[in-house]
Design a protein around this ligand. Structure first.
Ligand SMILES: *Cc1c(COP(=O)(O)O)cnc(C)c1O
Length: 235
């Protein structure tokens, strides 16, 4: 990647600074050390050039939710050595390929996906987050809470993966306030830590609910539109 044309992305740097400030404020309110919190900038549907501009602004962690798009961007920007976080539904048949570019997969929601990842050829273990569904609607993605231990045990048996923690998307605010949903996620995180004391990570918090997520102990925030601006329509 050559020079980045920031004029293509007006306001990007300002929005990044303002979200970083918002995270610092939320940490202060929660008496937490901002060093414990990783900002993942979600760049889905945006061009690779926007990711390159973010890298120039100091971003190292980026999130993508579709395999083909993520793979193409990771390949194009390989020289930047970014950490790619896969945060979307992952098809079993794409799992091995995703493990090649993704540092972390936040959407581990079934044992079959773990088994598929077990056959991936990786030179370092991929960080694995067990995604939990915080609603009663199975269509929302994520494992039912009573499946957490079974999936996590399977991850622990898999050398290609390293169990990091739990991940969730909050329900719509009219369904349940984020603070109460994130409190349940924290309980699930404690259950996971009983299996593996090192699996301390909590991936939660998006543009509209990241302060609540920080208050509930989130360690990985996945923030998109507050930084990138409005997403283009998916292609
Ligand atoms: C798109 C997406 C985000 C970021 O959403 P914003 O509201 O734009 O911050 C976070 N997590 C997941 C799983 C997503 O798909």
């Amino acid at each position: 990647m050559g020079d980045v044309d920031f004029a293509e992305f007006p306001g990007l740097g300002e929005r990044l600074v303002s979200v970083r400030q918002g995270i610092a404020d939320a940490c202060r309110s929660a008496a937490r050390d901002p060093e414990e919190v990783t900002l993942i900038v979600v760049t889905k549907f945006h061009p690779a050039a926007l990711v390159a501009a973010l890298a120039q602004l100091g971003v190292r962690d980026v999130g993508e939710n579709r395999h083909q798009e993520a793979q193409a961007k990771a390949e194009e920007l390989a020289a930047l050595e970014l950490d790619w976080h896969f945060i979307g539904q992952l098809q079993t048949k794409k799992a091995r390929q995703a493990a090649r570019y993704a540092s972390a997969i936040h959407s581990i929601d079934r044992e079959r996906l773990v088994d598929a990842l077990a056959t991936a050829e990786v030179d370092r273990p991929v960080e694995a987050f067990v995604q939990v569904n915080l609603t009663d609607d199975p269509g929302r993605g994520g494992a039912a809470p009573d499946e957490i231990e079974r999936i996590a045990e399977r991850v622990l048996e898999t050398p290609a993966l390293r169990l990091r923690g739990v991940m969730a998307v909050a329900p719509l605010p009219e369904e349940e306030p984020p603070a109460s949903a994130f409190a349940r996620l924290r309980d699930y995180s404690e259950r996971l830590r009983r299996l593996d004391p090192e699996a301390t990570a909590i991936s939660a918090g998006m543009t509209h609910d990241y302060p609540e997520a920080v208050a509930a102990g989130a360690t990985h925030l996945r923030i998109g539109s507050a930084i990138t601006g409005k997403r283009p329509d998916p292609r």
